[in-house]
Design a protein around this ligand. Structure first.
Ligand code: KIV
Length: 299
């Protein structure tokens, strides 16, 4: 097995020019797929409010939900570095609540770092506080989805010299406060290049062009699973929604036509386990279920 990623790996990758591959995941199955594909950073983004929960933005996501999803993602990872977004709920309240949220991300969610949006004095103080207490922080500037109402929608940021300079200043301040990397979302490519050259920590771009030290995409977008909304900068590497709809439709037709399950299964004759590509459940093997089942995860 390859060495597990740490924040030192990302500093080294910036120096050597090796791009940092980041993807969002929300459950153990997707985490295993990311791990198998050699992804460097898995982000449990509060984008789960949109792609998993079906909300129009990320604001309703709670800390309990973030911790729950982070914990189940952590079970699928061994090499990739796990980052949890601090949700809107935990941030504007107080330094104590934000710190407590970050502590839960690492102690209950098994995250290795948290991500915070913006570069306000409050966020900078928080980054400094967390990093001095051993909690690595990823920053996030440009289009910051938790400020969707303040920005007047999901819009490109930093287009004018003044707003671009503000984004650049924010990244410098986040670096000074101790962030180990910064997501640059939906800013002009030239600005992303300027920022990437100006800071010594890695930049991870999303809709920010090719000059960043790494890239991040929402897994459901890049796999073509999300049919409701997809930003223009996303490249769909697969059309899994089409494949899933076809498979579900085939299943529905076969159930309705009485073709599935096949006759031998209906007669109670199961194919041997190795033909199904996995171990049969305990009761099929004649074993007993475990005396005490593991405690369920509460969202
Ligand atoms: O919530 C999220 O998934 C994110 C990424 C898109 C960077 O913040």
């Amino acid at each position: 097995m390859k060495d597990a990623m740490t924040i030192r790996s990302f500093a080294e990758m910036k120096k050597t020019g090796r791009k940092i591959v980041t993807v969002t995941a929300y459950d153990a199955t997707f985490a295993q797929l990311c791990e198998a594909a050699g992804v460097d950073i898995v982000l449990v983004g509060d984008s789960l409010g949109m792609v998993i929960q079906g909300h129009p933005n990320t604001l309703p996501v709670t800390l309990d939900q973030m911790v729950y999803h982070t914990r189940i993602v952590s079970r699928g990872l061994s090499r990739a570095f796990l980052v949890m977004d601090l949700p809107f709920h935990s941030l504007p309240v107080s330094m104590e609540s934000a710190t407590a949220a970050a502590v839960r991300a690492l102690s209950e969610g098994n995250a290795q770092a948290v991500k915070v949006e913006g570069a306000t004095p409050f966020v900078l103080q928080l980054v400094s506080h967390l990093t001095s207490h051993g909690i690595p922080v990823m920053g996030h500037v440009g289009l910051i989805p938790q400020s969707v109402h303040q920005m007047g929608g999901f819009r490109i940021q930093g287009k004018t010299p003044e707003t671009g300079a503000r984004v650049l200043d924010g990244t410098r301040l986040l670096e000074e406060a101790g962030a180990f990397s910064i997501v640059l979302e939906a800013i002009p490519h030239a600005l992303a290049r300027e920022i990437t050259d100006a800071v010594s920590i890695p930049t991870i771009g999303i809709g920010a062009g090719p000059h960043c030290d790494g890239q991040v995409l929402v897994s459901y977008d890049l796999l073509g699973l999300n049919e409701t909304y997809c930003p223009r900068f996303v490249k769909k590497y697969a059309q899994l929604a089409e494949i899933a709809k076809q498979a579900l439709g085939d299943y529905a037709s076969e159930v309705r036509a009485g073709i599935f399950p096949p006759a031998e299964v209906r007669a109670g004759i199961f194919p041997p386990a190795d033909e199904r590509g996995g171990k049969p459940p305990a009761d099929e093997r004649g074993g007993k279920p475990p005396a005490e089942s593991p405690k369920p995860d509460k969202p």
